[in-house]
Design a protein around this ligand. Structure first.
Ligand SMILES: Nc1ncnc2c1ncn2[C@@H]1O[C@H](COP(=O)(O)OP(=O)(O)OP(=O)(O)O)[C@@H](O)[C@H]1O
Length: 278
């Protein structure tokens, strides 16, 4: 369903020193540095999988999601998703995917949530019957009844996030990209979002790629994890295999004592150390 092969992406960033002299100088001669965000990333994801895409800050997770959603064009490599190249076939392709960026909103700030939903229905050309049945299901399962007529700017973060997730699913996509969907949510909202992700995966077979720093999200949702660090793919495999590899006898704290039951966070920290990506 998703094949990413040898994707690399660099960003050109203007160098700026502080001070007026440097600012004036940069008007005439700007210097650039290159940030290698992705380096030869390859993986394959089958229909119906939930994959946790993890790595420390700046590892390249969002950049990968942006490439896979067609927002960014890579410098090298290929990406084929449901037969489409995301950045080439954008109009046809986006009907098959839903995207949630936890730190950005796809809803219109000043209008009631339902107006944003209706706008999205028109943009995606969703048939009325399909829209109505999807909306009913999403309102019920994400508990949106009391907030759907409220402007987005008046919603709490958790309420908005539930609306964002609903918005990404109104057109029945087969694939859902979730970039930090539980960031800033309280415990109850996190559980609700996790529960919902499990439901749409199990009942509708939606393939899910999830980036998060919350290892409880990973533990609750993903059997498979892909770990990247400094733009390179470091691990692709089963969460249980990792648990065995970092079994208590293999784990030692910095103070020298052994750790009894490593949490998923312990394991990830140990991996980051092993791969020298912290
Ligand atoms: N538009 C951009 N221009 C310049 N550099 C960028 C841009 N977007 C990302 N980068 C750089 O690319 C690298 C990867 O960034 P990315 O946002 O993909 O990381 P991430 O794994 O999602 O991080 P985080 O967990 O902090 O959200 C970082 O060094 C970042 O500074």
């Amino acid at each position: 369903m998703i094949t990413v092969s040898g994707i690399s992406k660099s960003f050109k960033v203007a160098k700026r020193s502080s001070g007026v002299r440097s600012a004036v100088k940069s008007l005439f001669r700007r210097e650039y540095t290159e940030v290698a965000a992705l380096n030869e990333i390859s993986f394959h994801i089958a229909p119906g999988e939930i994959v946790g895409y993890i790595g420390p800050n700046g590892a390249g997770k969002s950049t990968t999601i942006k490439v896979m959603s067609g927002i960014l064009v890579p410098d090298r490599g290929t990406c084929t998703i449901m037969g489409y190249t995301p950045w080439l076939d954008r109009v046809a392709y986006v009907k098959n995917i839903g995207v949630v960026f936890g730190q950005r909103s796809q809803l219109w700030w000043d209008v009631p949530v339902i107006d944003s939903f209706e706008l999205l229905r028109d943009i995606y050309g969703v048939q009325e019957n399909e829209y109505k049945s999807n909306l009913k299901l999403l309102v019920e399962t994400l508990d949106l009844k009391d907030i759907i007529h409220t402007p987005v700017r008046q919603l709490s973060l958790g309420q908005r996030m539930r609306c964002e997730i609903a918005a990404s699913l109104l057109h029945s996509p087969s694939i859902l990209f979730l970039d930090e969907p539980t960031i800033g949510l309280d415990a109850i909202s996190k559980l609700a979002v996790r529960q919902f992700i499990t439901t749409i995966n199990k009942e509708k077979g939606v393939t899910i790629i999830l980036t998060t720093h919350d290892m409880n999200d990973i533990e609750a949702l993903a059997q498979r994890i892909i770990l990247i660090g400094k733009g390179s793919l470091l691990y692709d495999g089963n969460l249980n295999t990792l648990r065995e590899r970092f079994a208590p006898s293999n784990l030692v704290t910095e103070a020298g004592s052994s750790i009894n039951a490593p949490s998923i966070d312990d394991i990830i920290v140990q991996m980051y150390k092993e791969y020298q990506i912290t």
